[in-house]
Write a protein that binds this ligand. Structure first.
Ligand code: DGL
Length: 272
């Protein structure tokens, strides 16, 4: 059995493209419909129930594109929305936090794990909860990094300004003796170079996207819903949507994705 309907992937902005990139690399036959809520980014300081409402609107939109599954490619949205979206939809909904926790437990030898994320994700307490379910002895150190998302959305992925902010946030975590650091916001893997430079080789940077895509594959395989390669060997044509300025979304996506982004549709998401 095969199912060539697309997978819906969403984030508050461009961060979820790091999850999309992982899907493209590991599951190249799958078509993706991506939505970035660029008019309402960042979600990090918003009230959790408002984030649930935004997520519901986005899933309603994605379902108009006949998606077979939804990936919440946003930690801040996963934390409050996952149980609601799962209860309200008859297709699989996959979040990034449990997979990220699994990646951290696998990567850490000392059991001292750092989490960098938005204020919303840190406040939700979801990462420590999931990590302790898998590894009760682990020590988890969370740090909210509210300055990262605006810098990333502005395209400042390198350079001294962002480097100083990275140093400010990571220094304290290093003092706790962590050996694994979860990039607990899907925007943060875009700062990989600066984070790696700051952390050095003794700290493994964990990207939740890797485990998330493994879970996605397993769920679709169990349901007999993996896509079949096209007969002519062509890769699927993905669809891109955002709620804000399509030109800046396109320029950003072109930097992050290995494939050309031909068209970006603008969606009035409040209508959904
Ligand atoms: N990329 C999102 C996350 O994974 C959220 C960024 C934001 O909107 O604050 O947490």
């Amino acid at each position: 059995m095969a199912d060539n309907r697309p997978i819906g992937v969403f984030d508050s902005g461009v961060g979820g493209l790091t999850v999309f990139r992982e899907i493209m690399n590991k599951m190249p036959d799958e078509k993706v419909v991506y939505f970035g809520d660029t008019a309402r980014v960042p979600y990090g300081d918003r009230d959790p129930m408002q984030v649930v409402d935004f997520s519901r609107q986005i899933v309603r939109f994605l379902r108009t594109r006949d998606v077979k599954a939804v990936v919440i490619a946003c930690n801040t949205a996963t934390a409050p929305s996952l149980p609601y979206l799962r209860a309200e939809n008859d297709i699989p909904v996959i979040g990034v936090i449990r997979p990220g926790a699994k990646g951290a437990v696998t990567a850490s030898r000392s059991g001292k794990i750092g989490i960098i994320a938005t204020a919303g994700t840190i406040k939700s307490g979801q990462y420590p909860k999931e990590i302790h379910e898998m590894s009760p002895e682990a020590e988890v150190f969370g740090k909210a990094c509210p300055k990262f998302v605006p810098l990333i959305e502005a395209g400042k992925l390198h350079g001294p300004e962002t480097g100083e902010v990275v140093h400010e946030y990571i220094e304290e975590l290093k003092e706790n003796g962590i050996d694994a650091l979860v990039m607990g916001c899907t925007h943060y893997p875009l700062l990989y170079d600066l984070l790696h430079e700051e952390c050095g080789d003794g700290i493994t940077l964990v990207n939740p996207a890797e485990e998330t895509v493994k879970e996605l594959r397993e769920v679709l395989a169990e349901r007999g819903e993996l896509a079949e390669p096209s007969a002519d060997g062509r890769l699927p044509e993905h669809e891109y949507y955002c709620s804000g300025d399509p030109a800046s979304f396109k320029a950003f996506a072109a930097k992050v994705l290995p494939q050309e982004v031909s068209e970006v549709g603008v969606i009035d998401i409040e209508k959904y």
